[in-house]
Design a protein around this ligand. Structure first.
Ligand code: PRT
Ligand code: MG
Length: 215
């Protein structure tokens, strides 16, 4: 397929798992499983195509700076990153979830400034500004569900899939902010210099997705 080098950045876990069938459809087979290998650069069956295994929130940065040509990242991560120097080529319709405000059922009734705990500080700031609601942001890096339980925050902004994690902690989804799915992203240089290979890849993936790729 490619005789130009193509580096694709993605994260292990749900994004890798859901991207595998899409890569397989375009004939790209990783030679290692990121859940078992310690390698961070995976070879594929194509000598010119490699996969970088990164923290999900680092994928846009590697693509933006050209360390990877392409990447697979959640829209939540892209909204936080700001998307500078990046183009979204395709909605891959994988790793779907919703970005939500969540908390105890009465959390929104609080008068005055809301304390909002989240790793999605940019999205939370934009959302509450649009709503005209004053907030105090508390930046966290994980386990956001804990914050309202110990009165660190009135509510959280996090992605929700089944809602089981919220429920298990006595919290509820309260307000939807955005529907989230993962996107195929590219940087300007790769888009120009590797146009033919990338356009061909996108065409094949798009056809597959339009035909209703099995989820
Ligand atoms: O885990 P790490 O801190 O390294 O990074 P990450 O959480 O950003 O990465 P990862 O691999 O967990 O998620 C990658 C992407 O998957 C996210 O950026 C989202 O776009 C997407 N995605 C889809 C999700 C979920 N569904 C999801 N459920 N990301 C995280 N979750 C979390 C959710 O926050 C909750 O705490 O999983 C937990 C369980 O969700 P429920 O609602 O099903 O209980
Ligand atoms: Mg995670």
């Amino acid at each position: 397929m490619a005789n130009q080098n193509i580096i694709i950045a993605l994260s292990k876990g749900r994004i890798f798992k859901d991207t595998l069938p899409l890569l397989a459809h375009v004939g790209i087979i990783p030679q290692d499983d990121p859940e078992t290998t310690r390698k961070l650069i995976l070879d594929t069956n194509h000598p010119h195509i490699k996969l970088l295994i990164l923290r999900a929130s680092d994928v846009p940065t590697y693509v933006q700076y050209g360390a990877a040509d392409l990447g697979v990242a959640g829209k939540d991560v892209l909204m936080e990153h700001g998307g500078e120097g990046l183009f979204e080529l395709l909605d891959l319709n994988i790793a779907r979830c919703r970005l939500m405000v969540a908390g105890r059922p009465d959390a929104m009734l609080k008068a005055g400034r809301l304390r909002v705990a989240t790793k999605y500080t940019h999205s939370a700031e934009c959302y509450f500004a649009e709503q005209g609601r004053q907030i105090e942001l508390i930046k966290l890096y994980g386990s956001m569900e804990l914050a309202p339980l110990v009165d660190l925050a009135d509510c959280i902004v996090d992605v929700v899939d089944t809602g089981n994690t919220l429920r298990a902690n006595g919290l509820e989804p309260l307000l939807p902010i955005a529907d989230i799915s993962s996107r195929l992203i590219v940087n300007r240089a790769a888009q120009k210099l590797k146009h033919h290979v990338i356009a061909d890849l996108v065409k094949q993936l798009d056809r597959y997705l339009q035909a209703g790729a099995p989820q």
